[in-house]
Design a protein around this ligand. Structure first.
Ligand code: 0A1
Ligand code: ZN
Length: 881
């Protein structure tokens, strides 16, 4: 394990390497416990570099077992090898030279899942961000690009399949029952994109003809017997390849594209050149075992990794500070893809819900950091929702500011100018400036200033003058290391909705630049005047969520209802419904906190129920209207002194009021939103299921009986309905005989399918209330649980700490103490996984004082005993920030 060095890496310290790597030639002799890696690396000293400068290569837990210089044994006084570095001295001043480095590594013992490891008998690799240095000594940084030749030698019976990046060169039999395969990747790449897979797997094959007429072989490798469950992933892959050609003009560039699904993986998937490695959760699906959400995730992640081929691989990052350059942009691309494949407004609502529930708390807490950080202690901890999702929003804002055509021009210029390079955020932004002639200097603050901007609006309508005047102010809250912020360039899309539902077109706008319906806020304060507004309009602000900000505008309920009925931007209709519900949710939580009786005036629900029943709207959108803000959303809105039990009680009371007010409508929806024909994962069918299941939940709440869900459970012919019915049973009636029966039946039926058992863990781990911790501890003893598998840990422990606010935040602090123990134990095996679990504490300062103190004590316990750099970094920042 990489233990803490306390060393902080700064963006300002970047400098190019002293030596240029020309070529990489790797030979692996695979063995579960002693894999021999021979790396032949050709270097030359960069022009102008001190002739005495040594070559310093990175390592992580390595032992050197051989070193040749130009094929000759190297004199020991010319190098120093430690587990984390190989330093070679007396190297030629100008001419290229070859180093042959031999290391012996133990994939079987690699529980961190970084570098070369074993997953269910398969050899696989994960090298991003700094895993390659666990395989061999190497300049392991993203600005060192080279073509790779790979030879893999392994026992043939156990490993019929030998895969690596690039195109297949050939293979054949070797000695002692072994065979070999050779691969060549002509596209220069950094080491983090290297991949090797070996073992015995089943395959699904297809092909794709690119826009220039080249045929690409497509292969998805899965465990034997699971081939039929890879069909949807293959379909998503072909659609992604086509879409990237049509929308971004990007064509695939090798003869073969491979995806391998493995069951032990720290993240979602990895974009290794030509050989993507996936968490099997994001490949395998069939109606019996995968939910609609699983299908949507598979489609999005397959697309995301494929899109990285251009945004990440062909153009990579100069250093890890530029991570958003590939991640923010690629998330933006996968969001656009899903929007085109599904419903754009529904997709946008889901994105914003996710951003608000995950990224906003990060940006408001001790772990806040800019989209492009300027320092880090452990890069693994920067694969965050800020870098990914806020990074995507920043790209989206560039598109909004420039408009579609100029954005496209900027993207084309980026691909043309930087293909084959390791680029920076500045390079990226400059392409849009050059393509559009627009200055994005102030806009670039979005990359460097952390924190969610708050935009405050007041409106004054002058009926005589027919003018509307807005006072608009922006502030960016302080974040760790950034006490004072500058005003940002915020593109605020808005509409003035008139009483008859039409949108006013102002005669003139004064006080800020406006392009189309987008107002460009650049100052701390603006006074904006619209003329020619015939009557007092309702203000629809931040349409389609044009900027990742918090808008504070005291909107009248009647105006919200008007927007909920008439806005042409569906996202804004949904937002208005949410804003109508929020006061009730907050008031109810506050009343519960004070121990007062909860009173609910349910008139706010009219708009919500009208949308839910409107046949002119797509069912998926109507389902979104019915899904109230989560408990975490309410906590965020309350902004401090939070009591999760009170928030839960308040939200329950609001749900009950809506359930009663809409009883007839919900009954009708349950009866009419039925399936037509066999299950299909398409967005329209998924929307009908979502709406029916939302209605089923409200009916269950109103009728307060497990009968409806038990019946739905018995009748379900797909995993979406089955898992939803089980959730309703378990969360609402944890002790009912119907629930026990359903949980047992589910476990027995899917005992052989770990990914489905994960749902079973997750549903139980998120049952609200004090009893949750004991349940989770019991489930840890279940025979299906396996502490070494990240998916299992995330489904049980992760679901509990991230998605069970009342259970985890028990008033006695037992949830926090449990997490501390888990972190310390998991950290010893898999620091990355442990560090990620610990981020569940990021909002601890928002808790009421009693809980906050108990949370702090648990963090201090972790701080005292932690070993890894990963957890040390998170715990220190969480306590300090
Ligand atoms: N680049 C991947 C994410 C990823 C990052 C680190 C990993 O190491 C465990 C794995 C995957 C993506 O954006 O999909
Ligand atoms: Zn990515």
């Amino acid at each position: 394990m990489r233990t803490d060095t306390g060393r902080i890496i700064h963006l300002a310290d970047y400098r190019p390497t002293d030596f240029v790597l020309e070529r990489v030639d790797l030979t692996f002799e695979l063995d579960p416990e002693a894999t021999k890696v021979e790396a032949r690396l050709i270097f030359h000293r960069r022009d102008g570099v001190d002739p005495a400068a040594p070559l310093v290569l990175d390592g992580d837990e390595l032992t050197l077992s051989g070193l040749l210089f130009d094929q000759m044994e190297m004199a020991p006084e010319r190098y120093t090898a430690t587990p984390d570095a190989l330093v070679v001295r007396d190297l030629p001043e100008t001419s290229p030279f070859e180093l042959t480095i031999t290391t012996i590594i133990n994939p079987q013992a690699n529980s961190q899942l970084m570098g070369l490891y074993r997953s269910s008998g398969i050899y696989c690799t994960q090298c991003e961000a700094e895993g390659f240095r666990r395989i061999t000594y190497f300049p392991d940084r993203p600005d060192v690009l080279a073509p790779y030749t790979i030879t893999i030698i392994a026992d043939k019976a156990a490993n019929p399949l030998l895969l690596s990046n690039g195109n297949y060169l050939g293979g054949g039999n070797f000695d002692e029952g072994r065979h070999f395969a050779a691969w060549f990747d002509p596209h220069p790449k950094p080491a983090y994109l290297f991949a090797l897979v070996a073992g015995d797997l089943g395959v699904v094959e297809d092909k794709f003809t690119t826009m220039s007429g080249r045929e690409v072989a497509l292969k998805i490798y899965v465990e034997h017997g699971k081939e039929s469950r890879a069909a949807y992933a293959m379909d998503a892959l072909k659609r992604s390849m086509k879409w990237d050609e049509e929308v971004f003009g990007r064509e695939y560039d090798l003869d073969i594209f491979m995806i391998v699904a493995v069951s032990d993986f720290n993240m979602g998937a990895m974009e290794n050149k030509g050989l993507n490695v996936f968490n099997d959760k994001y490949v395998l699906a069939d109606p019996e075992t995968a939910t609609d959400a699983d299908y949507a995730n598979i489609e999005a992640i397959i697309a995301h990794e494929y899109f990285h081929n251009w945004t990440g691989n062909r153009i990579t990052c100069r250093d890890w500070f530029q991570l958003c350059l590939k991640e923010g942009l690629t998330v933006f691309r996968d969001h656009e893809f899903s929007a085109d494949q599904r419903s754009r407004p529904v997709k946008r609502i889901a994105e914003v819900r996710h951003l608000r529930s995950e990224q906003f708390p990060e940006d408001a807490g001790p772990l806040a950091h800019p989209v492009r950080p300027d320092k880090y202690r452990e890069i693994n901890n920067f694969y965050t929702t800020t870098v990914y999702e806020k990074g995507s929003e920043v790209t989206r804002m560039i598109a909004t500011i420039l408009g579609r055509d100029r954005f496209k021009k900027g993207m084309d210029l980026y691909f043309e100018r930087h293909d084959g390079e390791a680029a920076t955020v500045e390079d990226f932004v400059r392409c849009f400036e050059d393509a559009s002639g627009r200055d994005l200097g102030q806009f670039s603050l979005w990359y460097n200033q952390a924190g969610t901007p708050h935009v405050t609006v007041t409106a004054d309508y002058d009926a005589a003058a027919k003018t509307l005047t807005l006072e608009i102010g922006q502030t960016v809250p302080p974040t760790p290391g950034q006490a004072h912020k500058k005003p940002m360039h915020i593109p605020l899309d808005l509409a003035l909705v008139l009483e008859d539902g039409t949108i006013a077109v102002p005669a003139s706008v004064d006080g800020a630049e406006m392009t189309g319906s987008v107002l460009h806020l650049k100052e701390a304060r603006h006074t904006v005047t619209f003329t020619g507004i015939p009557s007092r309009p309702a203000l629809s602000l931040n349409r389609s969520f044009s900027a990742p900000i918090v808008v504070r505008y005291d909107q009248k309920p009647a105006d919200l209802a008007l927007i909920a009925r008439h806005e042409t931007d569906l996202f804004s209709r949904w937002q208005a419904i949410t804003d109508l519900a929020l006061p009730a949710l907050k008031d109810a939580a506050l009343a519960a906190r004070k121990g007062e009786a909860i009173q609910i005036d349910v008139t706010f629900a009219d708009a919500l129920l009208a949308v839910a029943a409107d046949p002119a709207l797509e069912p998926a959108f109507r389902a979104q209207a019915l899904a109230l803000p989560s408990e975490a959303d309410i906590a965020r809105e309350l902004g401090g002194d939070n009591d999760p039990d009170a928030i839960h009680a308040g939200r329950e009371a609001v749900l009950t009021a809506i359930a009663r007010a809409g009883a007839d409508a919900f009954r009708t929806l349950c009866d009419t939103m039925t399936a037509e024909g066999a299950y299909s994962p398409d967005a329209a069918s998924a929307g009908r299921r979502a709406l029916r299941n939302a209605a089923l939940l409200y009916r269950t709440i109103a009728e307060d009986t497990p009968a409806l869900a038990a019946e739905a459970f018995a009748k379900a012919d797909n995993m979406t309905d089955l898992a939803q019915a089980l959730t309703v049973l378990a969360h609402r009636f944890p002790e009912a005989p119907e629930t026990h029966a359903a949980l047992s039946a589910f476990e027995a039926r899917f005992a052989e399918n770990a990914l489905v058992i994960d749902k079973w863990f997750q549903i139980q781990a998120t049952i609200p209330g004090e009893g949750a911790l004991a349940r989770v501890m019991r489930l840890k003893e279940n025979r299906h649980f396996n502490e070494n598998n990240p998916n299992r840990v995330r489904s049980l422990v992760g679901a509990f700490v991230f998605s069970n606010p009342t259970g985890f935040n028990r008033a006695d602090g037992a949830g926090y103490r449990f997490l501390a123990e888990e972190i310390l134990r998991i950290d010893a095996k898999n620091p990355q996984l442990a560090a990620r679990l610990l981020t569940s504490m990021r909002s601890w300062r928002q808790l009421e004082p009693g809980r906050a103190e108990l949370a702090r004590a648990a963090l201090v316990r972790v701080e005292r005993e932690v070993l890894s750099n990963d957890v040390r970094d998170i715990v220190d920042r969480t306590l300090k920030g």
